[in-house]
Design a protein around this ligand. Structure first.
Ligand code: XLS
Ligand code: CA
Ligand code: CA
Length: 438
């Protein structure tokens, strides 16, 4: 069997914080228990197929920079087979238990959809065997409804019903494939479900079509007995100027309107939160507060750039706060941390893929340990509890219990007078966070 990553001869091991080996974990010890659960179970790391194996460093100004042995073959199907082998070698050496892919990442598109589906069937059969042999599972499957020119004006929100039908046909197949691979979930990212200009767009009609489409997907999943979790992935812009699934809050409003809020959860991406003017922590806490927190695409943007750079997460401040909110939300059930990130154009060597993933996993492991300590010590929750204590008794309790209305509150206020100013202690809390980080 061909070895595609000879630079890494054995699985990446945990060597502890003093190790100087760049290809070892210094903090991620999969079996180590944190708050009663192993690190592996807390984080459920997944490698994403599209960035890690299919993006070759191309950008708008230049062709791919990265050469990969698995791309050398005389037919696209052979390339797909080799890439799959390389992917499972990579997952195994890295020690992750999950992967994620779009239909078009794993199998080549042919002249007709029927032939494309044949390619897909061939590849997923091989993938099923590799999953069985390695114990690696599919975190979620999805369908690419944005790259082909037919989807230039959207998929389910396309002005043409023929494109809607085409997209439905592709999602039908992707759901079957995800079920076949025992996928734990299925993601809908609305790649081009949005608009460039309202001058040519019937927004209300497009939203109705998106709602119809997702309901059809739910019906079909029931029919084929696909039990995985459905996720919707917010992103405010790019590729379209405005995307309907803008952020967790707008997705939640949409899901409620189309009676999907009990079925879908959120797949939240760090970089998308940034683009929406939020933090990932905000998105997770909003989702958790509304019972729709599901999974995370772990990456980061660049605060100096306004686009989706999909970089590997290496900022300890971010990973700590992400893990803090995930722990607060009760942790993952079906979801996980999927590295929806790609190495930079200049990181041309296959070993750079390992450096990126090892560093990101370690950064999350450190974040988890710090976040767990913050929770254990109630570093912030003690303060928050105290801050809202007024609601646990007296007038606060009466308001929460619906026992008083405007008249009672007016009588109360006129008697009590001006409320006392209470410090929010932001600077103190930020200092406490820094104390835990260092
Ligand atoms: C693109 C999205 C995409 C989804 C899956 O910005 O992040 O990769 O995660 O379709
Ligand atoms: Ca994503
Ligand atoms: Ca992204």
């Amino acid at each position: 069997m061909t070895v595609y990553f000879p630079e890494v001869s054995k699985p990446i091991a945990y060597e502890g914080p003093d190790s100087k080996n760049p290809l070892a974990f210094k903090h991620y010890n999969p079996k180590q228990k944190v708050l009663g659960k192993t690190m592996a179970d807390h984080m459920r790391f997944a490698v994403c197929y599209w960035h890690t194996f299919k993006s070759g460093g191309a950008d708008m100004f230049g062709v791919p920079t990265m050469k990969r042995a698995y791309n050398e073959a005389d037919s696209p199907l052979k390339v797909a087979e080799q890439t799959l082998e390389a992917a499972f070698e990579f997952f195994t050496k890295l020690g992750v238990k999950f992967w994620a892919f779009h239909d078009t990442d794993v199998a080549p598109e042919a002249e007709t959809l029927a032939e494309t589906n044949k390619n897909l069937d061939h590849i997923v059969k091989l993938a099923k065997k590799m999953q069985q042999d390695t114990g690696i599972s599919l975190l979620w499957g999805t369908c690419n409804l944005f790259s082909h020119p037919r989807f230039m004006s959207g998929a389910s929100t396309n002005p043409s019903p023929d494109v809607f039908a085409f997209a439905a046909t592709k999602v039908k197949k992707a759901l079957e494939v995800t079920k076949y691979l025992d996928g734990g979930g299925y993601v809908f990212w609305g790649g081009r479900e949005g608009y460039e200009t309202l001058l040519n767009t019937d927004m209300g009609r497009e939203l109705d079509h998106l709602g119809l489409f997702l309901n059809m997907a739910v019906d079909y999943a029931k029919k084929i007995k696909f039990k995985g979790q459905f996720y919707i992935e917010p992103k405010p812009k790019e590729p379209t100027k405005h995307q309907y699934d803008f952020d967790a809050a707008s997705c939640y409003a949409f899901l409620q309107r189309y009676k999907l809020d009990k079925i879908f959860k959120m797949n939240l991406e760090a970089n998308h939160a940034t683009l929406a003017g939020h933090t990932l922590m905000h998105e997770i806490e909003f989702a958790a507060a509304n019972g729709i927190f599901g999974s995370v695409d772990a990456n980061r943007g660049d605060m100096l750039l306004g686009w989706d750079t999909d970089q590997f997460p290496t900022d300890l401040y971010d990973t700590t706060l992400t893990m803090y909110s995930i722990l607060k939300a009760g942790g993952f059930t079906t979801g996980g941390l999927n590295f929806d990130a790609h190495i930079r154009r200049q990181s041309v060597d296959p070993v750079d893929l390992f450096h990126a993933h090892v560093g990101a996993m370690d950064c999350f492991a450190r974040g988890l340990k710090i976040a767990a300590q913050l929770h254990k010590d109630k570093a912030f929750s003690k303060f928050i509890k105290q801050r809202y204590a007024g609601w646990d008794a007296g007038i606060g309790k009466q308001i929460e219990q619906g026992k008083v209305g405007f008249e009672e509150l007016a009588a109360y206020t006129l008697k009590k007078g001006e409320p006392k100013l209470v410090s929010g202690r932001q600077e103190l809390l930020e200092n406490i966070l820094n104390d835990y980080l260092c």
